[in-house]
Ligand binder design. Structure first.
Ligand code: ME8
Length: 490
């Protein structure tokens, strides 16, 4: 037997200046689906998420809320954890950048870069966007504002330590060339490559004026730039440099992120890793952005969608399904509750829910053994789904599963099992029950609770992808409640 494969997937660690919204939930759901799929493949999975708790943005939000930064972040972290629990997110570890161990690791990492000769002291003069925690040059500003979020920027002129990012230009370009998957999806690669080709400025990695931050090692006037602090989470969570988990899981297989932080993950992070002499992640995958009713989500517009609010009207699985189904990963998508309700009543209730209740109702009454020729198995291509997962194309994977659901519905319509008896009934029901059992496994990463309900009505188990071949049906039918109910379309 070969060694079990490992799979290390991360999400961004989210700023805790405010409670989570559906954009954050989307990233978490995608990561959860990947983690669960790889567990079904029998791999050792480590799924990391957490919170980014330092920096000027959070310092200012805490002051505005009349709290100390620590009190302020503790409250919001609880809200994040509660939301992920309610959405059935199966992360293995939740890192907070205020964890003592993380703080020490960041300092250790910087000391190592200093030893490598990649850090020097200078002066930073330029612009800073607090909302994006990003340094900006005069040329990057648009109408004097941040080009990314459109908010006003502040002028910064202070002593600062710098990381020699410019030194890694060639090495980065070579890496992109030799590792085509690294910048994913591939249509996002060129913009990064072009910008790196233009040349890289060294990166300011410390501030003297922002004190809600990791103290810079060896200089008590300086505090670590929040993005350097944040990126190191991906290795500090594994116990770098000595930890067993680090040896087992590094490098990451997928850093899943939103497209707006691609530069930090595809350029700055790999350069930092090269400097530290560490292997680079296999893939940085940037997904697209959600708008709501056609507009960018923002507090001032008042269109921020809170997953906890949605959860008072829809189940976790309905929200998971909708968010994945409605936005091709990589592209942008628009959220509307009307579209959510329509998908629940259509695809979930009419396609899947009815299929399951029809089959279970007949099987529950059928006095036959479920045996016969295997007819339906060829209608589902598991290898195709697995290949789609390799490329993080979960939309293609879900489409293949849904096309099987539609074929099963057609098979029910054409065979009309409620009219059959004896061997004929036996054969049709064998195909439908095995089809459903396989479906319960394939659906599990996307809608774990629904998949478990299907398996429980079949009296089967959700085991592994190896069990997705048809075999003699050996479940025990137990009729249960309907999987979905009709919702009101707003
Ligand atoms: O950037 N649509 O944290 P953050 C889709 N702390 N995804 C969205 C989204 C939207 N409208 N809005 C946010 C940070 N996201 C840093 C990360 S990592 C070392 C540090 C998701 O709280 C998406 O994953 O601003 C995006 O990358 C992330 O939330 C940004 O979260």
């Amino acid at each position: 037997m070969g060694e079990r494969k490992k799979f290390y997937i991360t999400t961004p660690i989210f700023y805790v200046n405010d409670k989570p919204h559906i954009g954050h939930a989307y990233t978490m759901i995608v990561a959860d689906i990947l983690a669960r799929w790889h567990r079904l493949r029998g791999e050792d999975v480590f799924f990391l998420t957490g919170t980014d708790e330092h920096g000027e943005k959070i310092q200012k939000s805490a002051i505005a809320a009349g709290k100390t930064p620590q009190e302020f972040v503790d409250g919001i972290v609880d809200r994040f954890k509660a939301t992920w629990k309610a959405l059935n997110i199966s992360y293995d570890f939740f890192i907070r950048t205020t964890d003592e161990n993380h703080i020490e690791t960041v300092q250790k990492f910087i000391s190592l870069l200093q030893q490598k000769g990649d850090i020097y002291k200078g002066e930073y003069e330029g612009w800073y966007c607090v909302s994006d925690e990003t340094f900006l040059t005069e040329l990057e500003l648009v109408d004097g504002k941040c080009p990314y979020c459109g908010k006003p920027v502040e002028r910064v002129k202070e002593e600062s330590y710098f990381f020699r990012l410019s030194k890694y230009r060639e090495a980065l370009l070579d890496h992109y060339k030799e590792n085509r998957e690294f910048l994913s999806p591939s249509f996002r690669a060129q913009e990064i490559i072009n910008r790196v080709k233009e040349g890289l400025n060294d990166l300011s990695i410390s501030r003297t004026s922002v004190t809600w931050a990791v103290p810079f090692p060896g200089d008590n006037k300086h505090f670590v730039y929040v993005w350097l602090d944040a990126l190191v989470n991906y290795i500090s969570a594994l116990g770098w440099p000595e930890g067993e988990k680090f040896r087992e899981f590094w490098p990451a297989d997928v850093h899943l992120i939103g497209k707006e932080i691609n530069w930090f993950h595809s350029v700055i992070w790999p350069a930092l890793l090269m400097s530290a002499g560490l292997p680079l992640p296999r893939m940085v995958f940037s997904h697209g952005w959600w708008t709501v009713d056609g507009k960018k989500m923002s507090k001032s517009v008042g269109n921020v969608v809170d997953p906890m609010d949605l959860l008072s009207r829809y189940t976790d699985d309905e929200i998971r399904y909708f968010l994945i189904r409605s936005m091709p990963i990589g592209q942008d998508g628009d959220f509307s509750e009307k579209a959510l309700a329509e998908r629940v009543n259509g695809e979930l209730l009419a396609d899947l829910g009815n299929l399951v209740s029809r089959i279970i109702a007949i099987a529950d009454k059928a006095d036959v053994s479920f045996l016969g020729e295997n007819i339906l198995e060829k209608e589902i291509n598991i290898e195709k789904i697995d290949k789609a997962f390799e490329k993080v194309d979960i939309n293609a994977a879900l489409e293949e599963i849904w096309s099987f659901i539609r074929k099963m519905n057609k098979y029910v319509d054409s065979t009309q099992p409620w009219r059959l008896k004896g061997e004929e009934l036996s054969e049709v029901m064998y195909n439908l029950l095995e089809g459903l059992r396989v479906l319960s496994i394939l659906l599990y990463p996307f809608m774990p609770r629904t998949a478990e309900k299907i398996a429980s009505q079949l009296g089967t188990e959700i085991t592994s992808l190896d069990d997705c071949k048809f075999k003699p049906f050996n479940g025990k039918i137990r009729r249960g409640e309907h999987l979905f109910s009709l919702v009101k379309v707003p």
